[in-house]
Every structure is written in structure tokens, then in C-alpha cells.
Write a protein that binds this ligand. Structure first.
Ligand SMILES: [Zn+2]
Ligand SMILES: [Zn+2]
Length: 512
């Protein structure tokens, strides 16, 4: 059985109205691993939904988390904002309301494409609405018990001064590490800011401070009655924040922990992991922009969350797309091996219970990479595909899928694709030197191609046979063709490549 179904069955057995929780702390560029979290959560949601249960998913944006340091991508002015909550720091580009908005916005735009169906919740608003008040109250009143639990579970030295709640100083805008917990009378807590000396009173029912991470997490479980939650394996380590959270939610907040779904990190593989124009490494947004969303989702769901995934932003993208298309074919036409059972279910889940009625039209992804490079826009792509009969009987859904894939291919070509796959067809004869043998080979093709049907197989046979019978051989013949067409000595598979061009154009180019 697919892992998402195993988890779904377990959750349905325990709760009537399951709630999946996931989230992110948008303090910087969204990493590919964060996508795995969202996709994992969505798969469990889809699996529960497919079994007829009423399921909900929430996505918590930890917008009150402090900026921990000035990251390399921030200019010097951000030095002054370290320690402040990211919902109160200006956006780096000037176009968004806050720092948190700046980094989460691209993800929010991408999430619909990924089909993640969730309610977005901003954590700073939960504090402002007083949703955390009971948890903050319990954590302060029972602070000694909290300290005892944290010490026992994490096996660290006891910290008598542990502060479960950090007031937010209105004067310097930073979190205050200590507070006068003896002064606490609900809802007020007195403190003195270590940074600026301001003395104040925090109201726990307003956005005047926040719980520390080890308490905030289980407090969310209690507030939303979370049934299941995926999280990075670092939180799952023995004595880590999941373990302390389990005891805190039960013993301090009188709630139950969610079914944990720890997931392994996504490793970036290959040389091309740096964006060629920006010089930064692959972000989650890059991954969504260059991998068709259903392909990315399928790739993540095919393996158990506890196994690591290599994400190769060079040729790996093409392999991922081929594998997805292969499984889609099996799904509609049968022929999958028994060992493909989980992969087939991963395909279904990647469609979020919304599977097309008939097999979508497949344009092999590698072929599309070539076609995109021969066309200026989607109109040009369609013209080439129609010329070859590759887009006959296409539906609106097929066209939508093609458009999205073309956008992904272009993003990939502009940022991450290896040089070897890139080419451009020279509109006029490139300035190349041809030997007499090469010239006569190319000229010999003119009458043969003119008389031939214009399809990949026929063209391939003509150019390779003519090469075999010439002085330069098949390989030399191919090189001569690449030279006059794309000013290189290698390129896409020739039969297909020539077939995607207009016959007259090719004949003219070879009539030396
Ligand atoms: Zn911005
Ligand atoms: Zn202060």
C-alpha cells in the first residue's frame, strides 16, 4: 500500500474530522525541502479525501518568528532588524508589505499550481486574536513543570531560568529573553528589555510576545486539534522538539499530539544547482518554475517520506518528466509491473483525486526541449508540433498542459539547463567552414529529401544512408548538418530535429 494510504487509514481510524497541519517560517528563500513538506501533507489530505472522509488542511506561516541574523542576500540595513519578528520588518524589494510577505508570496502563488488545498493562517494574527492565550497562560503558570519536561526529555542540563514566553519590546521592537514570571497575573506579565532597558507589561491576549518554539509547536496542535503533521527529520530526533512537544501538549495543554510524518531532506544533485544568472542555489520557487508541478509532486510521492530524494536540476528534470509520462501511460493503458503499484498510486495522488477521463496527449519532454528552442513563442511551438502531426486531436486540457510545460522548459533553459542541450537554429547560413566532402554530402541530400515524405524516420534513413555512402561517413554527415543548421557539431536527434523544421527551409539551407 502507498505510504499516504497507510497514514490516511490510521488517521481515519482515530478521528472523525481529520486536520492536517503544515507550515513554514519564511525568513529567507523557500527551500526545495519545504516543497516536500507541503506536497507530503497534501498527499495525506488527498488520500484521506479519496476514502470519503471530511478532511481539512491548514498552512501556518510563522510570520512572528524573529530574523535570526542578516543573511548574505540582505543588505546592511537589515543588520538593524535582527531579532525583530519578520512580520514587522520591511520587505527587501519595496514591493511587499513586510519581510514575511516578500518571502512567502512566491510560494503562495506556486501552491495553487501544486494543487495544495489548504487554509493559509498567519501565526502573528493568531497571537493578535488571543488564540494562544490559554497556552501562554498554562506555560507561565506551570513553568516549573515545563522546565522539568524539557530537562527530562532533551536530557540537557536544567535551566531554572527557562522562559516559555518572550514579550515583544515596543520600544526597540525585539523579543525580550527574560520576563518577571513571578509578576504574572492573567493576562499581564511584566518585563524589562535587556536591549534597550524599556520596562513594560505584555498582555498575553494581544500580539505582545510569543511562545518559544518548543511550546509554540504543541500549542498549535492543541489549538487546531491537529491529526497529522509532516516535519523535517531534525525535529524528529530523540529528545527533539517533537518528543518534548508530545509531553507538553499532554501534560501542560491537555491535548494530543499529531501523527508524526517525519521526512528526509531533498538533496540537490549535479553541477547545475546554481542559477546561472543569479548565482544562487536552487530555491523551492526555482524547482516549481522549472519542473511541471504534477511531475515534481509525483517525484516526491513516489518514495517514502523517510527516504531522501536527489533533485537534479540539470538532466534530471528530463528524467523526472519521462518517468511521470511513463507512469501516466501505464495508468491509462495498463502494462505496469507489480512493483509499480506504489508509483501508480503516487500518480493518482499527484492529481489530487481529479484524474483526467482519458489519457492526456504526450509530447516527449526531450522533444519539447528542442521544439521550444526552435520557436519564439507558444504559437511557434504549436506550429511545429502540428506540422509533424504531434498535436492532432488535442483537447483544451492538453493545450493547457503544453503551455505550462513550455513555460517550465524555458525557465530551465534560461537558468539551469546544461550547455550541451542548448542550441539555436541560425536563421541564415552560419559562418562555418565546410570541406569539399562535407559540401558535396549536403548537396547530395537535396534531391533525396525533396522527394521524400517529411517525417522523422524517413529523414533519418536518408541522411544516415547518404553519410554511409559518402567519404565522410555517417558521423561526419551528421556533423556537417549540425554545422549548417545550428553552428555546432552535435545537437538533437537529427531525424526528429529536421522533421520539426519546415521542409523548404532545410532544402534551401542544403542547396549550397
Ligand atoms: Zn518584496
Ligand atoms: Zn527593547
Amino acid at each position: 500500500m502507498h505510504w499516504a494510504d497507510v497514514i490516511a487509514d490510521e488517521i481515519i481510524g482515530k478521528c472523525d474530522r481529520p486536520l492536517i497541519s503544515t507550515g513554514i517560517s519564511p525568513t529567507g528563500f523557500i527551500h526545495v525541502g519545504s516543497l516536500r513538506e507541503a506536497i507530503t501533507a497534501e498527499a495525506v489530505r488527498s488520500a484521506i479525501e479519496s476514502k470519503g472522509s471530511d478532511v481539512k488542511m491548514i498552512y501556518l506561516i510563522d510570520s512572528i518568528d524573529p530574523l535570526r541574523k542578516r543573511y548574505g542576500f540582505l543588505d546592511e540595513s537589515f543588520e538593524n532588524h535582527v531579532g525583530k519578528p519578520i512580520c514587522r520588518i520591511p520587505c527587501p524589494c519595496g514591493k511587499h508589505d513586510t519581510y514575511a510577505d516578500h518571502f512567502i508570496q512566491p510560494f503562495l502563488e506556486a501552491k495553487d499550481g501544486l494543487g495544495v488545498k489548504c487554509e493559509i493562517i498567519w501565526t502573528h494574527e493568531l497571537y493578535e486574536q488571543g488564540k494562544f492565550a490559554d497556552a501562554i497562560d498554562a506555560a507561565i503558570v506551570r513553568r516549573e513543570k515545563v522546565i522539568e519536561i524539557l530537562t527530562e526529555v532533551s536530557q540537557k542540563e536544567k535551566n531554572e531560568n527557562y522562559a516559555p514566553y518572550n514579550p515583544l519590546c515596543p520600544k526597540c521592537g525585539r523579543f525580550v529573553k527574560q520576563a518577571d514570571f513571578d509578576s504574572y497575573v492573567r493576562p499581564y506579565l511584566r518585563y524589562r528589555c535587556e536591549k534597550c532597558g524599556h520596562e513594560g507589561t505584555a498582555d498575553i491576549t494581544k500580539g505582545d510576545g510569543k511562545l518559544t518554539w518548543r511550546l509554540e509547536w504543541p500549542a498549535k496542535w492543541k489549538i487546531f486539534s491537529v491529526s497529522a503533521e509532516p516535519f523535517g527529520k531534525d525535529h524528529a530526533a530523540a529528545g527533539g522538539s517533537y518528543d518534548t512537544g508530545v509531553r507538553i501538549v499532554r501534560e501542560i495543554f491537555d491535548g494530543e499530539p499529531p501523527r508524526p510524518i517525519p521526512y528526509e531532506f531533498v538533496q540537490l544533485k549535479g553541477k547545475g544547482q546554481m542559477h546561472k544568472s543569479t548565482g544562487s542555489s536552487v530555491t523551492g520557487i526555482d524547482a516549481i518554475s522549472m519542473t511541471p508541478p504534477e511531475v515534481l509532486t509525483y517525484t516526491f510521492l513516489r518514495v517514502n517520506p523517510e527516504r531522501h530524494i536527489d533533485y537534479d536540476s540539470e538532466m534530471g528534470i528530463l528524467d523526472m518528466a519521462d518517468e511521470y509520462d511513463r507512469m501516466e501511460t501505464f495508468f491509462f493503458e495498463g502494462g505496469a509491473a507489480e512493483s509499480d503499484e506504489n508509483a501508480l498510486r503516487a500518480y493518482e495522488l499527484s492529481k489530487h483525486n481529479n484524474i483526467p477521463k482519458k489519457m492526456p496527449l504526450h509530447i516527449p519532454y526531450r522533444h519539447l526541449v528542442n521544439v521550444v528552442q526552435m520557436a519564439d513563442d507558444i504559437g511557434g511551438v504549436l506550429e511545429i508540433l502540428k506540422r509533424n502531426g504531434d498535436f492532432d486531436n488535442a483537447t483544451d486540457d492538453d493545450l493547457a498542459r503544453l503551455k505550462q510545460r513550455v513555460v517550465c522548459v524555458r525557465f530551465w533553459l534560461n537558468g539551469f539547463a546544461p550547455e550541451a542541450v542548448k542550441f539555436s537554429v541560425s536563421k541564415t547560413m552560419p559562418d562555418v567552414k565546410l570541406s569539399d566532402d562535407e559540401s558535396s554530402y549536403l548537396r547530395s541530400l537535396v534531391p533525396l529529401l525533396s522527394a521524400s515524405e517529411w517525417n522523422a524516420e524517413k529523414i533519418h534513413n536518408i541522411v544516415s544512408d547518404a553519410g554511409k555512402n559518402s567519404k565522410i561517413g555517417t558521423k561526419g554527415g551528421f556533423q556537417a548538418l549540425y554545422k549548417v543548421l545550428i553552428d555546432r557539431t552535435s545537437g538533437p536527434r537529427l531525424g526528429h530535429f529536421l522533421a520539426t523544421m519546415e521542409k523548404d527551409f532545410v532544402i534551401r539551407r542544403l542547396s549550397l
